[in-house]
Design a protein around this ligand. Structure first.
Ligand code: FES
Length: 164
């Protein structure tokens, strides 16, 4: 049984902290490993809250400012919580021409989020991405792992009703 007490954070359980500490222990003496530690920790929690960045910095014996700098430099890191369902709308040329902007407008009007934002109840995050490689299906969005192509703007809200 663990007697360690972890920082209190609503999104990080003790079990998560234990896994993160195991990752830190396995990597703390390896030069340049902080990016991998941050990535694995983000995979566990879903994002990198400041308390987690501080904890990783302390465990890796690095200045918190340096670790924070890494998280802001690389776009793969996110410092804000993401939604349970990530909507990726393709803003590549084919999808743009076929009306993805209208699709995005319907999502924004219904759920109150723009590209790069997450709903306050964390149901959806909306992300714009460059060509998803399915231009023949334009306009395209991916929700979780599901590809939805040939989207009609007025059908989008109904599609999203299937994700909670
Ligand atoms: S431009 Fe959207 S899938 Fe290629």
């Amino acid at each position: 049984m663990s007697i360690k007490s972890y920082p209190s954070h609503p999104d990080i359980t003790d079990e998560m902290w234990e896994k993160i500490d195991a990752i830190i222990d396995a990597n703390k003496d390896i030069a340049g490993s902080v990016i991998g530690v941050l990535r694995m920790s983000q995979d566990i929690v879903g994002y990198l809250p400041v308390e987690l960045i501080d904890h990783i910095a302390e465990g890796m014996n690095l200045p918190a400012s340096q670790v924070f700098g890494v998280t802001t430099f690389y776009s793969l890191f996110t410092l804000k919580p993401k939604g349970r369902n990530i909507i990726k709308v393709c803003t590549g040329t084919a999808c743009y021409v076929k009306g993805i902007k209208e699709v995005i407008s319907h999502i924004t009007n219904k759920h109150g989020i723009r590209e790069g934002e997450t709903m306050s109840d964390r149901r959806f995050s909306l992300e714009g991405v460059r060509c998803l490689g399915a231009c023949g299906l334009a306009p395209v969005m991916i929700v979780k792992e599901d590809i939805h192509g040939n989207l009609k703007p007025d059908e989008v809200v109904g599609i999203l009703d299937n994700y909670n």
